[in-house]
Design a protein around this ligand. Sequence first.
Ligand code: NAP
Length: 247
Amino acid sequence: MKTILITGASRGIGAATALLAARQGYAVSINYHKNRSAAEAVAEQIIHNGGRAVAIHADITREPDILRLFSETERQLGTIYALVNNAGILEQQMRLEHLTMERMERIVKANLLGPMCCAREAVKRMSTKYGGRGGVIVNVSSIAAKTGSPNEYIDYAASKGGLDTFTVGLSKEVAAEGIRVNAVRPSLIYTDIHTDGGEAGRVDRIKERVPMRRGGHATEVAEAILWLISEKSSYTTGSFIDVSGGI
Ligand code: NAP
């Protein structure tokens, strides 16, 4: 049974990915930050259905937590085959002139530096250069990397733009070492993240601007992530799947 480590899998897209991964036969390491009970509920659901899962606390903005997340996952579930860099945050909508340095640091740390550090730990373990058996990394970016999110959160958009560039660079760096690196770019997905941005009803407010005229569901993003992890995408690296209803 192959093991997938998913950051931020207590809720939203991460939780949907964990449940789908388990249904497809993977063992799942469910990372969480603040919502222990939600993460444990996802793990229990998987175990109840005959799968393997563990819930592990780690703040992905803290390097010691990341190191522990990887070692604990290996201890409990064995060699890590895939990493899904899913955890991410956004904060209250506002224009650039109101953004503090502290806020920008929080956003970039959670959405870019944390995922880069997680990818580093994955590469050390997966790369054939270091005796690993290869593997897959999927970064959960955002369509905001393309639109820039003006008047909402350009700090968030910029962090996701950085994640896209990181995806391209890393994919080339490790392509000959058995590791594929790709990303998904969701647009308007019904999850709690919009409440953190100060507008719980954001998806319904602007869904008419989406060519498909609707918001997306976490399971629809999970399907794309699992395809990128699977052997079906064996010749795909440095690529992006926009799960965005046509935006
Ligand atoms: P969500 O429902 O708000 O869930 C966020 C998840 O990230 C939670 O599991 C949370 O854990 C975890 N997390 C946050 N900070 C963390 C930290 N420092 N360390 C570890 N885990 C942390 O968000 P979502 O909508 O599913 O978003 C998932 C990813 O999709 C994000 O990268 C987001 O930017 C991206 N995305 C979402 C949308 C959308 O419309 N929803 C669109 C584009 C991109 P706890 O609950 O345990 O704190």
